[in-house]
Design a protein around this ligand. Structure first.
Ligand code: HEM
Ligand code: HEM
Length: 185
């Protein structure tokens, strides 16, 4: 026999998964916003802001890898019983696609950064990979980095709308599973 509290805890994501989900969300907003501003900076400060974009992007990448490693050992909690068939079928592939974008976008960002001849400035030290500037490579990867970032913004937007639909229309407790500090359904 399990107590109602134990049942509720099983239906929610663990605190570590919730923390990582929302920290990564905030970093995607910050990094994406800086990315969209790249062409607006004055020439003198552009390299500085692209480096900040890269630093936050690398932090996000490290947290996504930690999140995936953690998640591979901790399966998602079972969905509430009243979640419909369509949501059950679509949510898993959508989450996998989000994870894929969160991996591929930073990798393309690093390739773009390095083949542009830029130097990572971590504050305490710099990392210069001495890769010769190669316009053919960085133009292509920069384009794809941008296209996939727009794809991520679109898919994450639909994902967020779906979570709000579950919460306000279906009222099935799906958003509570991922919301920090709320009593569980
Ligand atoms: C999820 C994480 C990231 C998102 C959402 C993101 C988003 C963006 C966006 C929207 C752009 C502008 C694209 C355009 O104007 O078409 C951009 C450009 C760029 N990003 Fe990222 N980025 C991410 C991570 C990274 C990382 C980790 C690095 C490098 C370590 C990086 C390096 C760059 C570079 C070098 C550019 C081109 C800047 C230029 O020379 O104009 N990005 N990014
Ligand atoms: C950059 C934005 C976001 C990204 C990349 C993202 C990514 C993800 C991923 C990959 C998962 C699957 C977790 C797992 O099972 O391992 C997930 C779950 C979830 N996300 Fe997001 N998310 C974002 C924003 C949001 C927002 C804004 C909301 C709410 C308005 C939200 C609500 C949820 C909920 C409720 C779940 C759990 C779904 C379930 O129980 O099956 N997410 N998210």
């Amino acid at each position: 026999m399990t107590t109602p509290d134990e049942d509720a805890a099983k239906a929610a994501y663990a605190p570590a998964a919730i923390a990582l989900h929302w920290i990564v969300f905030l970093l995607v907003v910050a990094v994406g916003w800086l990315g969209l501003l790249h062409d607006s900076w004055p020439r003198t400060t552009q390299a500085y802001w692209i480096n900040i974009h890269a630093m936050l992007g690398l932090l996000m990448f490290a947290l996504v890898l930690a999140r995936i490693a953690w998640r591979m050992q901790h399966p998602a909690p079972p969905l509430p019983a009243d979640v419909g068939e369509f949501s059950r079928r679509v949510s898993h592939p959508a989450h996998m696609l989000l994870y894929a974008l969160l991996i591929v976008i930073p990798i393309l960002g690093v390739i773009t950064f390095v083949f542009h001849g830029r130097v990572f400035d971590f504050g305490l030290f710099q990392l210069d990979l001495h890769v010769p500037r190669n316009r053919a490579i960085f133009h292509t990867t920069e384009d794809w980095h941008g296209y996939l970032a727009y794809g991520l913004f679109g898919l994450a937007g639909v994902h967020a709308l779906a979570a709000l639909w579950h919460h306000f229309i279906r009222r099935d407790g799906v958003l509570r599973r991922m919301w920090p500090g709320l009593p569980r359904p």
